[in-house]
Design a protein around this ligand. Structure first.
Ligand code: HEM
Length: 316
């Protein structure tokens, strides 16, 4: 027998013996096993069966698939952020690489948002969306999980309360004042919208668990410690600033453009499926969510979202 093969058999024998297993049984298994195929490996049939439109409008599957694509990218971002929150962070190179990857994913989302902004027929959209009420992208749990892993919880408090709660340490109090509640509370009586009630029922506990886990360990708090001691690497600063821009300015602006394209004017601004006053809620310059405030000057923070809003203003 070929030396290479007998070497591998010996190595396999040792591997299985170490856990009290018989190599022969595993070799029999190999003889029986089918070849792996591409479609089985990536679960293609399941993936392609996950589009279930609620109407027969041609453009509704575009809306569904682009949301699914986005959720997969969000999952990729979390795949990079979560180990960083869990780890005892000493390795700035690993964090830099993780954020660089997350930026690549958000870059792909920013550049592909035209699929939504320009890629659907407005009349069809306005009709099929009526079959989706009260569901809304607002209910994307992964979007909030990205924020919980990235930011110090105090920086996710609604702008009006952010300063007052700057040194608050109670996770419950901070979560009670989290910015997104403002986006889903009825203006007339302060009641939570049904969209929000369902969202909290599904994710409330999970968010609270994640917020507690990330407190003191979020990407922002880790980076702040390094920044304060003057040891935050330049490459990491660059990636963190880009990440802040992608998540808190560029993606939200592209998203806002799609709301403007489909919901604005004619004859009055259409109500959002989640029932928000979206014109006042969605623009980044009003929300001023900033993950890494210590990396931006007071002037940059005051101007948050404005220069990019100009860049996109023709489209809007
Ligand atoms: C034509 C396309 C879209 C329109 C018109 C649109 C519209 C809206 C509106 C009006 C809101 C405010 C909440 C509400 O009342 O519903 C919202 C929130 C949101 N949507 Fe979309 N959306 C679109 C596509 C998407 C896509 C593709 C995603 C990807 C997951 C998404 C994710 C979100 C998220 C995460 C929020 C919450 C934003 C925040 O709290 O700041 N949306 N959307």
């Amino acid at each position: 027998m070929d030396d290479a093969i007998s070497g591998r058999i010996k190595a396999l024998q040792e591997k299985y013996a170490a856990s009290g297993q018989e190599l022969l049984d595993f070799l029999d298994g190999l003889l029986e096993a089918d070849y792996l195929t591409y479609w089985d490996y990536i679960r293609l049939d399941s993936l392609l069966s996950l589009q279930q439109p609620r109407t027969s409008h041609h453009d509704e599957p575009i809306f569904i698939m682009y949301h699914q694509i986005t959720e997969l990218y969000f999952k990729l971002v979390l795949h990079e952020l979560e180990p960083m929150v869990a780890a005892e962070l000493t390795d700035q190179e690993a964090l830099t690489e993780a954020i660089r990857r997350a930026n690549r994913y958000f870059g792909a989302l920013e550049h592909s948002f035209g699929v939504m902004v320009d890629g659907m027929d407005r009349e069809q959209f306005l009709r099929f969306r009526m079959a989706l009420i009260p569901a809304s992208g607002f209910q994307s749990g992964q979007y909030r999980m990205i924020e919980l892993a990235s930011a110090k919880l105090n920086d996710l408090v609604h702008l009006e309360k952010r300063e007052i709660l700057a040194s608050e340490t109670s996770t419950d109090t901070l979560l009670e004042n989290i910015y997104w509640l403002r986006g889903a509370t009825l203006e007339k009586d302060g009641q939570k919208t049904l969209t929000l009630q369902q969202f909290e029922l599904k994710y409330g506990e999970e968010f609270s668990k994640r917020a507690r886990k990330a407190q003191g360990r979020s990407i922002s708090e880790r980076a702040a410690v390094l920044h304060a001691s003057g040891s935050l690497h330049e490459d990491l600063v660059k990636e963190l600033r880009a990440f802040d821009q992608y998540v808190n300015v560029l993606w939200p602006l592209q998203h806002y453009r799609s709301a403007v394209r489909y919901l604005a004017k004619q004859p009055a601004d259409a109500r959002a499926t989640g029932g928000t006053n979206w014109q006042k809620y969605l623009p980044p310059r009003f929300q001023k969510r900033i993950f890494f405030p210590f990396l931006w000057s007071p002037e940059e923070q005051a101007e948050w979202g404005k220069s990019f809003a100009d860049r996109y203003s023709q489209g809007v």
